[in-house]
Design a binder for this molecule. Sequence first.
Ligand code: ADP
Ligand code: MG
Length: 584
Amino acid sequence: MVIRRLTQDCAQKIAAGEVIERPVSVVKELIENAIDAKSERIEVRVSDGGKSRVSVRDNGGGMDEQDLLLSVERHATSKIARAEDLAAVTTLGFRGEALASIAAVSHLRIVTRASDADAALCLTAQGGAVDAVEPAARAPGTTVDVRELFYNMPARASFLASVRTEYLRISRLIQTYALMHPTLSWTLQHDEKGVFDAPGVEGLLDRIAQVYGHDIARAMLPIEATRNEHRIIGFISHPELKRGNRRDQLFAVNGRAIADRGLSYVLASAYRGILRPGRFPIAVIQITVPPRDVDVNVHPRKEEVRFSDSRMLFDMLSAALQQALTSRRVVGTIPAIEDEETARQRSRYHPGQDVNSSQPTAIAETLSLDLQRQVRLANDEREAEKVRVRGDLRVIGQVHSMYLVVETPDGIDIVDQHIAHERVLYERLQNEFSTSTIVRQLFLLPVRVELPFEAASVLSAHLEDLRQLGIVIEEFGGGTFLYREYPRMLADAQARQGFQELTESLIETLTENAADAKADLADHLLAELACAAAIKAGDRIPLAEAQSLVEQWMTLDDPYHCPHGRPIVFSIPRDELDRRFQRK
Ligand code: ADP
Ligand code: MG
């Protein structure tokens, strides 16, 4: 006889291991319970990255004595009664095993008061066994306090990452749930310090502003699609705004944050040809589907779901993304960044030579292809065009807060304001750098940035390289850095833009190009600095400033390409205008 029944204690620990992998799993289960209990306010406190303590306080429905005792039993739930109910789950929890699992591997304390009760109760449990239920005092709602996680599973405890990493997982989770539930108020404290505080707001965009800041919120594009009972809403970032990883792409299905390769793929596809490889958009996307059309019971920690008709959902999302990315605010960015190959393929299907024979609807398309042809022409003729002199260029205006329209002696130039400015700054920086004369400006108040652990170590290894470029950064410890000096020509503009995102892109550049020669690395970094300080697409600029930008731009060595190789200008020759209006 070799098969034995495991003791209940052992079986409980095994089951707990499935659900509770690390402190962040505890936080997830507890905040899901708070949301299910219809709380409006959820306060999360953690110590030592959650290893020594996780506590979640809510103002939801609470529990009476009977429920309180059942809540820590395995497979005891108020959310479903029969297996058939699984097809109609609208709550985040339903398996009735989270509190039991947490109880099995920690010291647990629950203080709760039902909304209609006049007193509160306190339950304590150790390693899965209930110690006591006693009267207590508190306002309606529930507080669950979890101490010394895995105290009785030393192997699991030793697998936990550093305090900082465990804490980052938790703060990321809170941000995700805060984004998915904007009407709820959220706070997070780590080691008694408040780190996140987001009072409930009406809309998702307000919450995005609380989590990512107002600048990012302003650069987000809304998406929306409805088909039958399926609905998708959310925000995606303007192509000018991007990240070096997928971490800020969030999907929720019926309020549950999930990871889904299919949905991520659809998102990536929508930005193909718009973002360079290795750049990722920010996205917060909420999907609502009838419960019967989604199986939420396919993953031990419910981090994945299965859709009954994923094809339909992908099509819906894809159409919504396309629509947002071609809306008025972004149109124009797309053809400019479109790669040569796609442009060539398109022109094969719409040979835009003969304007007179085109259908009216095709004219816009044809026009833009002609214009693309002109970009290449303009590039070929760059030598000839260099003879232009300052006084010959007149900026007529700015369109879509993105392009400058310039009258030239032989036609019209349309200039991408961001790329032109970036090019101006880049060439000047390069000049100063090559003659070792980058002029620095000292900040009276050093600017502080905070970085996650891995990023901090990359930055701290390159402080000397950055100093060569005129950037003096001091390491403060604990992932905090201070910018003390910065290249003077960029300092003001950069101070307006902020240093956090800049630092992140510098770290990406340092990581991606770590193997390059010093000079190449410096060049990449200079391009990043120029890009970060340049006027952005979407910025309104006064005419005089536009005029001076265009004049500076025309005197550059290479006025036609941004440091990343994108075109800066296309020209519509006078001849072309005359021909289109049949003056020739
Ligand atoms: P599940 O969420 O899958 O039902 P849990 O073990 O997470 O299982 O919780 C068990 C039960 O305890 C829940 O069904 C709910 O009735 C009750 N409960 C847990 N947390 C709370 C809370 N914060 N407020 C009110 N009731 C709660
Ligand atoms: Mg639960």
